[in-house]
Design a protein around this ligand. Structure first.
Ligand code: CAA
Length: 258
């Protein structure tokens, strides 16, 4: 396995776990970390043994944002020419389900990174925010778009304009996170959810992800049409035969398609 300096990567059965690890900077997202996370997640995505990926941080911080010290002296041309942050878009090409397990701060780029994942499981100490305005900038990894889609205009506008943080309870109530769990159980709960997903048919889980994502990308009628075609395609898999046969035989299915 490739070795990294700013993250740790583990295989837990069919689940790949990527842990952000820049403890001195509350996992601030610098260029090196961006390269390592996107490379590690892409590698896990290609790995036939892996059915689901978990991205997590430390107890105190999932990530406290893009690295301000690295960015502070950038000129417009530096930012524009290098298309600063564009590498994060690689995560949108990941086809396997990607879960963010968030404890502590998920601010700025940290909140945006969590929202780039397919679902967020939050510890009860999690805090989400887009405080960029306090630094004289705006979110740059999709925060104004994904937060608005997740929690609606009123809350997104308030959070991006004031930089206020949202705690885990409000985040769950607002639809930003799927579930809140006690901080000591975060890893266990995230792994349990990820293992359950990894135990499903991997190609069918990928089809679910692709179909749910269409809801944000297209009209309702086109989205439903897309879903219907993909539903029909599931009948081309061995896993559909196995899943339905197992139900009829009253046994646990064993999915084998990869
Ligand atoms: N970039 C670089 N370093 C950071 C950082 C960041 N985003 N966040 C924290 N750190 C560093 C601090 O500078 C500090 O380092 P030193 O010990 O060398 O001084 C270390 O991490 C610990 O941080 P604090 O001492 O500040 O810890 P705290 O517990 O007092 O406060 C915090 C925690 C409230 C999260 C505070 O660190 C903070 O406000 N961080 C910045 C949050 C922020 O503004 N994020 C948005 C960044 S911009 C962005 O993300 C743009 C985008 O759209 C992608």
């Amino acid at each position: 396995m490739t070795s990294y300096q700013t993250i740790e990567v583990e295989h837990r059965g069919a689940v790949g776990v990527v842990t952000l690890s820049r403890p001195d900077a509350l996992n601030a997202l610098n260029t090196q970390l961006m390269g390592e996370v996107t490379a590690a997640v892409s590698e896990l995505d290609q790995d036939g043994q892996i059915g689901c990926i978990v991205l997590t941080g430390s107890r105190k911080a999932f990530a406290a944002g893009a690295d301000i010290k690295e960015m502070q002296s950038l000129s417009y041309m530096d930012a524009y020419s290098s298309d600063w942050f564009a590498a994060w878009d690689r995560l949108t090409a990941v086809r396997k389900p990607l879960i963010a397990a968030v404890s502590g701060y998920a601010l700025g780029g940290g909140c945006e990174l969590a929202m780039l994942c397919d679902l967020i499981i939050a510890a009860d100490n999690a805090k989400f925010g887009q405080p960029e305005i306090k630094l004289g900038v705006i979110p740059g990894i999709g925060g104004t778009q994904r937060l608005t889609r997740a929690v609606g205009k009123a809350k997104a506008m308030e959070m991006c304009l004031t930089g206020r943080m949202m705690d885990a309870t409000e985040a769950e109530r607002s639809g930003l996170v799927a579930r809140v769990v006690p901080v000591d159980l975060l890893t266990e709960e995230a792994l349990e959810t990820a293992s359950a997903i990894a135990g499903m048919s991997t190609p069918v889980a990928m089809m679910v992800k692709e179909s749910v994502d269409r809801a944000h990308e297209t009209t309702l009628s086109e989205g439903v049409r897309f879903e219907r075609r993909v539903f029909h395609a599931t009948f081309a898999t061995d896993d559909q035969k196995e899943g339905m046969a197992a139900f009829v035989d009253k046994r646990v299915p064993s999915f084998t398609d990869r």
